[in-house]
Design a protein around this ligand. Structure first.
Ligand code: DAH
Length: 340
């Protein structure tokens, strides 16, 4: 019988040590220590033995059980240790490996122009205002003194969404929104943003582009304030020797209206291909806010005057950096965009 237990013990130890995981180990344990194990069978036959044998075999069985338990516990620890080691190995990081290089981000050149202009205007006491790109006909046209069927609506071919909703064709509607909100108080704002027109895209036209609108409303505001403000801005953007001039023009929302030219910053007025030999470059539209526009927004035109202007962001950027095709801004060619 003792021989049998010795053999059983050797088998059990071998089986336990062969186990590759906790499941196999548990199986080995129940095979050799469980209720249906050979050792349990031996125990159940104890009553058939003599007192001497009972003592001897009983002791041996106890030793067997302790040894097997120990062996199982040792193996369990070994399996767990190995699992931890494998996990650590799989998560190993070689801190001496060279890192991956990420290229630096940079601002889009149009964003740069907008931020530069905003900084200059803020330095001159202006605040920034914004309006929605999906705009009401009311703000985009009616309140800008462009009633339905007004022929000047054709100047800005429009993407309509419904009869009353459209993609704004200019940033001027923000003027009306700001005036309504200011409820008769003085105003000094610039409003940058995207605008949309049903234009065929070519080197100088895009169905979507950007503007920055300016609006100053107060008592005693005059054309000379407009000229002074614009001169200061363009001297900061294009150089201290820049001059500006006004030419009479027409916009429904201003009276009088002007087209603003800047002195050519390339040839300094002598005449070159950039200014087409004239020494001057057309740059924006502006004027004194039309009394109708003031009235519709709740301002008394006998007490208040205002000036307004609309600057094309792409146009200034193209002039400043010598870019000859507006489509470069939107086609996301990194070789182009990285230059600025
Ligand atoms: N909204 C005009 C346009 O998009 C530009 C403009 C002209 C804005 C004169 C003004 C202005 O504020 O006074 O063509």
């Amino acid at each position: 019988m003792l021989k049998l237990i010795n053999e059983l013990e050797a088998k059990a130890i071998a089986k336990i040590n062969e186990s590759k995981n906790v499941n196999e180990l548990n199986e080995a344990k129940s095979t050799f220590l469980g209720k249906k194990s050979p050792i349990s069978e031996i125990m159940s036959k104890m009553r058939d033995f003599t007192v001497e044998q009972k003592k001897e075999i009983g002791q041996r069985v106890n030793v067997f059980k302790t040894k097997i338990e120990e062996c199982v516990n040792k193996k369990l620890q070994a399996i767990k240790d190995e699992e931890v080691n494998n996990k650590l190995k799989s998560e190993e990081i070689d801190v001496t490996l060279p890192g991956k290089k990420f290229s630096d981000g940079y601002l889009h050149v149009l964003t740069k122009t907008i931020e530069e202009l905003e900084d200059i205007f803020i330095g001159m006491g202006y605040s920034i205002a914004e309006g929605p790109e999906i705009e009401k006909d009311l703000f985009n046209f009616e309140m800008m003194n462009l009633p339905k069927d007004h022929p000047a609506r054709d100047m800005q071919d429009t993407f309509y969404i419904t009869n009353n909703d459209l993609l704004r064709t200019h940033t001027s509607p923000v003027q009306a929104r700001v005036m309504l909100e200011a409820k008769g108080k003085p105003i000094k704002v610039v409003c940058p943003g995207k605008v949309y027109r049903r234009d065929e895209d070519d080197a100088t036209h895009s169905h979507q582009f950007m503007q920055i609108e300016g609006l100053v409303v107060d008592e005693n505001v005059s054309m000379s304030d407009l000229k002074g403000a614009l001169t200061e801005v363009f001297r900061k953007v294009l150089g201290e020797d820049t001059n500006i001039r006004f030419r009479p023009s027409y916009f429904p929302f201003t009276e009088p209206s002007v087209e603003v030219d800047i002195s050519c910053f390339k040839c300094h007025g002598v005449g070159c291909p950039l200014c087409k030999g004239s020494g001057w470059i057309e740059i924006l539209g502006a004027g004194m806010v039309h009394p109708n526009v003031l009235k519709m927004a709740g301002y008394d035109p006998n007490k208040y005057q205002g000036f307004a202007f609309g600057i094309g962001i792409e146009r200034i950027t193209m002039l400043k950096y010598g870019i000859d095709d507006i489509r470069n801004f939107y086609t996301n060619d990194k070789r182009f965009l990285k230059q600025f």
